[in-house]
Design a protein around this ligand. Structure first.
Ligand code: HEC
Ligand code: HEC
Length: 325
């Protein structure tokens, strides 16, 4: 499900898209959906035990409430769906893509299509995109046009999304999936193959202070404040972040938090290899046989699933996947 999105080269001086300030979310029923989507995005823990199986929030990976370029921002994602996905050989709409992150990144059980949760998160993403586009093309005073629930969940890569006024001709259908800043920035290959053991040293030096000696993160007064990187409360073996290349580009760009782009390329790859060679919740597609599951779903991935590191066969001691009773 968590198909890899091609990274994009980062160009110097690129002016990235800016979404509208949250204070401009309108009053009324449509604005309420947008606001609820924002609240679910930054505090996804309110769905723990129901749809969420770990201690993460969407914003832990989609930084700045899903607005940061190259941290898989929601404005760029919204414009890219519906999209054909090779893996399940069909077209996925935007809400279905969100379901993927519930099932894997949040180690949960996705809310159903047409649920208030998926409608709200889709509305929030649409609002980020459309408000920013209107501002960008000199229509700062124009409110974001309201869409019905069905269209909100569809996404913006469809003729059905009519862009207002002069925007209509500017945002062409072809290329909607390539908005600059989408997904993650391309990262150079490491000079030496990524090494979990060297990564452990990087981890101790730069990461453990926040994410904990055992990658467990930290809670204060029962509220998760620093997200875990492995173990029972982390993303599962099917999540995009479990791939070493995806984690390496995320980490290089964004970590340590607030001091991104200070690790060397090698260090980013090594530490990504380290955190992704520890046990985490099982891949929900596990068929009872580690070898065959690894072959079927991770054959082309840069993944440690089904491989041995430091004497442990990864995936063989995995924590339970999905919401636990
Ligand atoms: C552990 C990190 C993590 C968490 C938590 C997470 N995601 Fe994601 N998400 C990713 C990664 C990584 C990708 C890119 C997938 C890839 O390249 O494989 C992604 C992709 C997406 C996309 C598609 C982006 C695009 O440009 O195509 C959407 C939409 C999305 N996530 C929504 C959510 C929502 C909503 C939540 C919370 C319910 C969430 N994600 C939680 C890591 C995460
Ligand atoms: C100053 C504290 C701090 C340091 C140091 C730090 N992080 Fe983070 N990290 C965070 C916070 C906070 C988040 C969630 C961001 C948010 O919610 O806005 C995060 C998110 C992440 C995520 C995505 C969410 C998850 O739990 O999977 C990964 C992966 C990650 N950090 C890896 C690292 C690595 C590797 C290092 C060391 C190179 C590192 N971090 C250093 C605070 C830190």
């Amino acid at each position: 499900m968590q198909e890899e999105i091609a990274t994009q080269p980062k160009t110097a001086d690129e002016h990235y898209f800016t979404s509208r300030d949250l204070s401009r979310i309108p009053n009324g029923a449509f604005g309420d959906k947008v606001r609820k989507g924002y609240e679910l995005f930054v505090n996804t823990q309110q769905l723990k035990g129901r749809y969420v199986g770990n201690t993460l929030n969407c914003t832990n990976c989609h930084l700045d409430a899903g607005t940061k370029a190259y941290a898989a921002p929601m404005w760029a994602a919204y414009l890219a769906y519906p999209a054909f996905r090779k893996k399940d050989n069909r077209v996925n709409n935007f809400a279905e893509r969100i379901q993927g992150c519930f099932n894997y990144s949040m180690n949960g059980t996705a809310p159903p299509l047409n649920s208030p949760e998926l409608i709200a998160m889709s509305a929030y993403s649409y609002w980020l995109l459309m408000g920013g586009l209107l501002d960008m093309f000199g229509m700062q005073d124009k409110p974001v046009p309201e869409l019905d629930d069905k269209q909100l969940q569809l996404g913006g890569n469809d003729e059905a999304l009519v862009l207002p006024g002069p925007l209509a001709g500017r945002v062409k259908m072809s290329g909607r999936e390539h908005m600059p800043g989408r997904a993650f920035a391309a990262l150079a290959q490491p000079p030496e193959p990524a090494s979990p053991s060297l990564g452990e040293q990087v981890y101790g030096k730069y990461c453990a202070v926040c994410h904990g000696d055992q990658g467990q993160g930290r809670e204060m007064a029962g509220v998760p404040v620093l997200p875990p990187l492995w173990g029972a409360q982390s993303y599962n073996w099917g999540a995009g972040m479990h791939r070493v290349n995806t984690a390496a580009t995320f980490i290089y760009e964004n970590m340590p938090l607030g001091k991104g782009v200070q690790l060397s390329v090698q260090e980013a790859w090594d530490v990504a290899a380290f955190i992704n060679s520890r046990e985490r919740p099982q891949d929900p597609r596990f068929n009872g046989d580690l070898n065959s599951t690894a072959k079927m779903f991770h054959g082309a991935d840069q993944s440690y699933y089904g491989k041995s590191v430091d004497g442990s066969l990864l995936g063989s001691q995995a924590f339970p996947s999905g919401v636990q009773p």
